[in-house]
Every structure is written in C-alpha cells, then in structure tokens.
Design a protein around this ligand. Structure first.
Ligand SMILES: Nc1nc2c(c(=O)[nH]1)N[C@H]1C(S)=C(S)[C@@H](COP(=O)(O)OP(=O)(O)OC[C@H]3O[C@@H](n4cnc5c(=O)[nH]c(N)nc54)[C@H](O)[C@@H]3O)O[C@H]1N2
Ligand SMILES: Nc1nc2c(c(=O)[nH]1)N[C@H]1C(S)=C(S)[C@@H](COP(=O)(O)OP(=O)(O)OC[C@H]3O[C@@H](n4cnc5c(=O)[nH]c(N)nc54)[C@H](O)[C@@H]3O)O[C@H]1N2
Ligand code: SF4
Ligand SMILES: [Mo]
Length: 664
C-alpha cells in the first residue's frame, strides 16, 4: 500500500521545510518538498531527499544497549528498556547520595529538534532532578547576546522581503549551503537591479554570484565594519535625525570607529581599500538596504564585537523604516512560544551551577566539587561537533563516568557510552516547529511508528520521571497537550484561532507577515530604552584582538551542503577535504588530492587536499560535521579546535583554530 503524508523537517537549518513523505507498506520510501509552507515550496535539499537511507541505515539504534567492550570500542549488547531505566535510576540515586545531583550533566543542543524535542519535557526533568544546568553556547550565543542587548531583540526582516531590497549585504553567511531557499530570492532581487555584497574569507557559491566580494582575514570583521562606520561619518552619510531619535551610544561608537580609517582597516583585514569604499558606497546609496548577519561572523574571539559592529550599520546609516531594509539574524526568538510554560523553570527546587557546553572536555577532565559523574547526551554529538575532541574523548573514557547517549544512530559520541538508548527519526514522532529563517509555525504528526524500540525525547523523559519517582502532573502530559501549552496565543505573531487549528492544519502564518514586517515601521527594539543600544554596558568596551600563535594558517570549519552539523556525515561526507589556496598549497608542495596532515597542538587530522582559489591565502577549511571514521587517522575537524570563548556571549570559537598542513 502506498500513502503520502505531510511532515516538516526540524533539522538545524533556517528553512524548516514542509515535506511530502511517501510510505510504501509501512516503510518510508521518498521524502520531498510540499507546497504547504510557501517559503520552502518547490524543493528541498539533496541530503534530506536521501533521508530514508539515514532512517534505515545499518548504524540505526533500534533498542537499548549496554557497553561490553572498552569505552570507545563500540561494542554493546541489547538490553530491555526496563533494565536500562532501572540501571539509570540506580546509578543516579547512588551518585546523588554521594555527590549531589549536580554531578549529573545533561548534554544537548536542540537545533535538530522541534519545540517538543528540546527544552521541553527534558528541561522539566533535569530541573526537577537538580542536575547541573548546561549553557547552550555552541552556536548563536554571541549573535543572540548582541542582538538582544542592542535591539531587545527586534523582529528581523523576513527573507521573503529581500526581493524589495536594492542592496543586500551577506556578512559571514553562505546561504547556497545553509539557507537554500534564500537563493532564488537573491536572484529575483538581482534581476530587479539589487546589488549583492558578500563578506567571507572563502569564495563560496554565494560569493561567486555577488556583485562585490570582500575576503577579509577571519576574525577581522569588527575592524572592517568599524571602518565602514567611520567612513560613513567622514563622508556625512550617517542619518543624524534617526540617530538623535532612536540610537544610544553613537558618539562613543564613533570614537572607537575613528581608530580604523579605511587604509588601516585594509591592512588589518588584508582587503583592498577600494573594495571597502565600494562596499560603503553600495550600502549608503541604496534604499532599501538589508544586512544578513550570519553565524560565520561570531565563531572567533572577536565574534561578539564583530556582530555588534555589523548590526550597528543599519542604525548609523538610517536603513530602517522601509520594507526590505534593516537587518536579519535568527527569526526564531519571535516565534509565539511560551518557553516557561514548556520548560517550567519553577520545577527546580534550588539554584544549580551552570556549565558551558563549549568546554565539555575541560569540564569532564577538570571540574571538581563535584566532578561530573554522569553525562546524559541527547540531541547532540559532542565528539563530532564540540571543540577539543581529544580532550572530550579523554573525559568520556573515565572509568568513573556513567555516560548515557540517546540518539537515532550510533554516533562518534554514542561509541563511548555505557548505555545507548534508541531515539526515533524526525518522521517517527510528532513535533511543533518554529523556524529561524521564516515566521511560519508548523506542526507535524508522526508519519510512521517509531522503528524498533525507539522512544521519543518526550516519552523518554516522562518515563525517566516515573523511574525516579517524580509524581508531579507536569510529567504526565502527552506530546500533543504540551504542543498546545507551548503556544503563546497572546503573541503578536500568533494568528490562528486556537492551538488546535495549528495541530489540525499543520501551518499557521502570522498576520504580521501578511501586513509586512517593517523595522521601525511596525516592529521596534525591545530594549528598556526603546533605542538601539550600540554600547550596552553588558557588551563591555569594543575590542579587537589579533590572532597569533605558532601555526601559520587559520582553519575554518563552516557548514557544507553534505550534512546538517554532524547528521548525515556518516554517509554523505565520507571524503572531506581540506581546502587550501593555490599559493599556500604550492609553498608546501601540496597538489590537488594529496593526502595531508592538518595539525596543531591539540591534534591532527589526515584528509585529502583540495587546492584552488575558493579560499583566501592564510586560511584553510574543512567542513564541519565530518565523523571520525572519515579521516585516515580517526580524528575529525573538532580535534583541531580550541575551546576558548568569544568576547561576548561565551560562545565557541571554531574558526580560531590555527594549523599547519603538510603532505603525508
Ligand atoms: N547544509 C547545511 N545547512 C546548515 C547547516 C549545516 O551544517 N549544513 N547548519 C545550520 C546551522 S546549525 C547554522 S548555525 C547555520 C550556519 O550558517 P552560516 O551562517 O552560513 O554559517 P557558517 O557555515 O558557519 O559560516 C558562514 C560563512 O562564514 C565564513 N566565515 C568564517 N569565518 C569568518 C569570519 O571571520 N568572517 C566572515 N565574514 N566570514 C567568516 C565561512 O567561510 C562561511 O562561508 O546553518 C544552518 N544550515
Ligand atoms: N568544527 C565545527 N563544529 C561545529 C560548528 C562549526 O562551525 N565548526 N558549528 C556548530 C553549530 S553551528 C552547531 S548548531 C552545533 C550542533 O551541534 P549538535 O546539535 O550536537 O549537532 P548535530 O550533529 O545536529 O547532532 C544532533 C544529534 O541529535 C540526534 N538526534 C536527532 N533527532 C533526535 C531525537 O529526536 N532525539 C535524540 N535524543 N537525538 C536526536 C542526531 O542523530 C545527532 O546525532 O555544532 C557545532 N559544531
Ligand atoms: S535541511 Fe533545510 S533545506 Fe533541507 S529539508 Fe531540512 S529544512 Fe529543508
Ligand atoms: Mo548552528
């Protein structure tokens, strides 16, 4: 029997596509686009079209399993759910009696889940347990902190409205891989005369389409943006009226910007001064002009201040007040979700310590009072995605650490678990979906029942609550009930009559979107002053630190079209390459396809080289999300990534890695 079903892709991608899923005799055979979500109508990415391969892969975890070999060997034997739950409850009771509940650490990043998959029943459970709290800093911490402190935040320009813009500035973002439904909008804008500028050290497919491409040294964006601001001031192209009425901190910002005349910035960023001028001209002259600030900007020690300087541009140049003008960051904060109703922080009985997820290796190997005795990993694959892989592995190998991993497939992290628990794929569970690239809210039912003995996050944490003896009614709600509780019907972005309508129709489009979102037209900063706070105290002074160290190349590890973070890496990114500029490769005697050793003080990764002009000199790049088995030496790119934190927001500095590359 063949049937087709609506679903939604919850993977950590801005697009959150609506899907059409074909099921034949109970088996998913095809995943394709559906017209339900107008933003993503027409097509989906190639990787999710191959989702059935992922669902039915030999690495799929279908039942609970207990470790039999050494940690990391990946040898397990099946056990029953009852036995698994009893084991967890026994271990945790013993740990709590000895060291307290803060010796237990949940490790998760909900990017690849909907609203029900993360910070929902799981949060209720770990708060009630009294476990240490995880600070989710691995992505979007600097952008999130800065946009909140400067703008409150303010609802962003919808990507659909880029078609109205005359200049589009894509800063540290590569939608050709990471936000594919923006690409046709960019093309339509260009056809209507818009000019597109890209700031990226790599010559990405997005950059190749642009009218202007600046390839600064990584980590120098704060200098570049400040020099643009200074040049705008010097050439009297700032909007003094707008600043007087709506901006705080302009004079202080101007003073810092004055340290970076264009010639100084050109030398620090290693770009042509004329290109900076051209960028300022293109931006200043056009209206509407919009800035898409990406996540590539934030992932280095200067990342917070870089985002701050980039987000200052529209305020200084007076680019607000017109449809298609202003800035866009993540749109998900605007979603009509009542976070507290979902996660119930009131279930926590006493304050607990907070632990920065970016420094997991350090946490597992150094933290005391109490040390982490049990790690519960779900919605995350830290061995593959978190800085300082070798240190994380050293921590995971500790004999006195009880590690549980709940995942869909046997990841690089799951191999180190004492207990592995089976999670359903995205097509085997209901979820409520907000997006960070559009404003539509969506809901999806399970398309098929969970494979094997897989248990959704929601059901698992309800079950664990029962196993730990938590009697509160908060642990006895169904996923559908929680979805209804989650919706904030008082939000200006909620427009359906009731949550039930969304559960029935599968999509709800906010009426604000139908009217058009206009920054400083119908949406405003949510700061206490109501102004744009360029120098908000919590951000500290504007700083710029140069990158140094004994290794000559900066290693980037941005997203590729092959994976979503590490998801699909096991079969779509089997031969990751390190990209090198032709000059850097020649200086090292490296040719296209050579097997090379990329190394620094933290580790080494053996992969093949890809040589050309798609990356600037002094910079190397390996795609994020590769699995350990995809390199010749069993290490993946995060083995090279240091675990220091960003200037604002305490985020991860993936792109601060410094390496040398040599032929093997
Ligand atoms: N196909 C696919 N799509 C994805 C993802 C994925 O893994 N695969 N991941 C999703 C997630 S979780 C996120 S957060 C987003 C991220 O999506 P993007 O915002 O596009 O972020 P990145 O891929 O990290 O980096 C974007 C670009 O920034 C450049 N860059 C690196 N360092 C610097 C710098 O110092 N300055 C400047 N100006 N540019 C720099 C990189 O070369 C890269 O081309 O994408 C989401 N979409
Ligand atoms: N080198 C490098 N590394 C990076 C970055 C970088 O720029 N460079 N960027 C980072 C970014 S942007 C991000 S957002 C993080 C992402 O970090 P993570 O969110 O940890 O990465 P994912 O690979 O998406 O891992 C999600 C895991 O959850 C599992 N999963 C999926 N559905 C479910 C479910 O329903 N239940 C459970 N229990 N598990 C499920 C998936 O199989 C997968 O193993 O990685 C970061 N890592
Ligand atoms: S990963 Fe992104 S583009 Fe691909 S189907 Fe999911 S939401 Fe759409
Ligand atoms: Mo991310």
């Amino acid at each position: 029997m063949i049937s087709t079903h609506h679903s939604v892709c919850p993977l950590d991608c801005p697009d959150t596509c609506s899907l059409n899923v074909t099921v034949e005799d109970g088996r998913v055979t095809k995943v394709d686009a559906s017209a339900r979500n107008p933003f993503t109508d027409g097509y989906i990415c190639a990787k999710v079209r191959r989702y059935p391969e992922y669902m039915y892969s030999p690495l799929r975890i279908l039942q609970p399993m207990k470790r039999t070999g050494a940690k990391g060997d990946g040898e397990f034997q099946p056990i029953s759910w009852d036995a698994a739950l009893t084991l967890i409850a026994e271990k945790w009771r013993a740990i709590i009696a000895q060291d307290g509940a803060e010796a237990i650490l949940p490790y998760h990043y909900g990017g690849s889940s909907g609203v029900l998959g993360e910070d929902a029943m799981d949060a209720r459970f770990f708060q009630r347990l009294g476990a240490s709290e995880l600070l989710k800093t691995i992505c979007a911490a600097p952008t999130g902190a800065v946009s909140r402190l400067m703008y409150g935040p303010m609802f962003g320009v919808p990507l659909e409205d880029y078609v109205h813009a005359k200049t589009i500035l894509l800063w540290g973002v590569n939608p050709s891989a990471t936000n594919i439904h923006l690409m046709p909008i960019l093309q339509a804008a260009q056809e209507q005369g818009a000019s597109i500028a890209v700031v990226d050290p790599r010559r990405t497919a997005t950059a190749r389409r642009a009218d202007l491409h600046l390839a600064p040294k990584p980590g120098t964006d704060v200098v570049l943006a400040l020099s643009m601001i200074h040049h705008l001031i010097q050439t009297e192209r700032v909007d003094r009226d707008f600043i007087a009425e709506h901006v705080a901190g302009f004079d202080a910002l101007s003073k810092v910007a004055a340290q970076y005349p264009i010639t100084t910035a050109a030398s620090i960023c290693d770009v042509d001064a004329r290109d900076i001028e051209a960028l300022v001209d293109a931006y200043a002259a056009a209206s509407p002009a919009v800035v898409r600030c990406g996540w590539g900007v934030e992932r280095n020690r200067n990342g917070g201040n870089a985002v701050r300087a980039v987000l200052a541009l529209p305020a200084v140049a007076g680019k607000f007040g017109v449809r298609g003008g202003g800035y866009t960051m993540s749109l998900s904060k605007a979603a009509p979700i009542d976070r507290e109703a979902v996660s119930r922080p009131d279930l926590r009985r006493r304050p607990v310590r907070q632990i920065n997820m970016t420094q997991l290796g350090r946490v597992l190997t150094e933290l005391r009072d109490p040390p982490i005795r049990s790690l519960f990993v779900y919605n995350a694959n830290p061995v593959a995605v978190t800085p300082d892989q070798n240190r994380i592995i050293r921590g995971l190998k500790r004999d006195d650490l009880f590690t549980v991993v709940h995942d869909t497939v046997m990841t690089d992290t799951a191999r180190y678990a004492d207990l592995v628990l089976p999670a359903p794929s995205m097509l085997e569970q209901p979820d409520l979906h907000k997006a960070y690239g559009h404003y539509h809210m969506q809901y999806s039912e399970a398309v098929i029942a969970p494979l094997g003995e897989a248990m959704s996050n929601h059901n698992l944490f309800c079950t664990l609550a029962a196993a730990m003896g938590f009697a509160e009614p908060e642990f006895k709600v169904s996923a559908e009930e929680l979805a209804c509780q989650a919706i904030d019907t008082a939000s200006p972005l909620w427009s359906a009559a009731s949550p039930d309508d969304l559960l029935r129709d599968g999509i709800s489009t906010p009426s604000l979107l139908r009217q058009g979102v206009v920054q400083f037209g119908n949406v405003f900063p949510a700061t206490a002053s109501g102004r744009v706070e360029l120098m908000a105290g919590e951000m500290g002074p504007i700083t710029y630190e140069t990158s140094s160290g004994k290794f000559p190349l900066t290693l980037l590890s941005p997203a590729s079209s092959k994976t979503i973070n590490s998801i699909f890496g096991e079969f779509l990114l089997r031969d990751p390459r390190v990209s090198l500029n032709t000059a850097d490769a020649a200086a090292r005697g490296i040719n296209e396809g050579d097997l090379v050793r990329v190394h620094n003080e933290l580790g080494e990764v053996h992969v093949r080289a890809s040589v050309g002009d798609t990356i600037r000199t002094g910079v190397a790049s390996i795609p994020k999300g590769m699995w350990c088995a995809s390199s010749r030496n069993g290490s993946s790119v995060t083995a090279l990534v240091p675990d220091h934190l960003t200037d604002i927001g305490d985020g991860a500095c993936f792109n601060d890695a410094r390496v040398e590359v040599e032929r093997l």
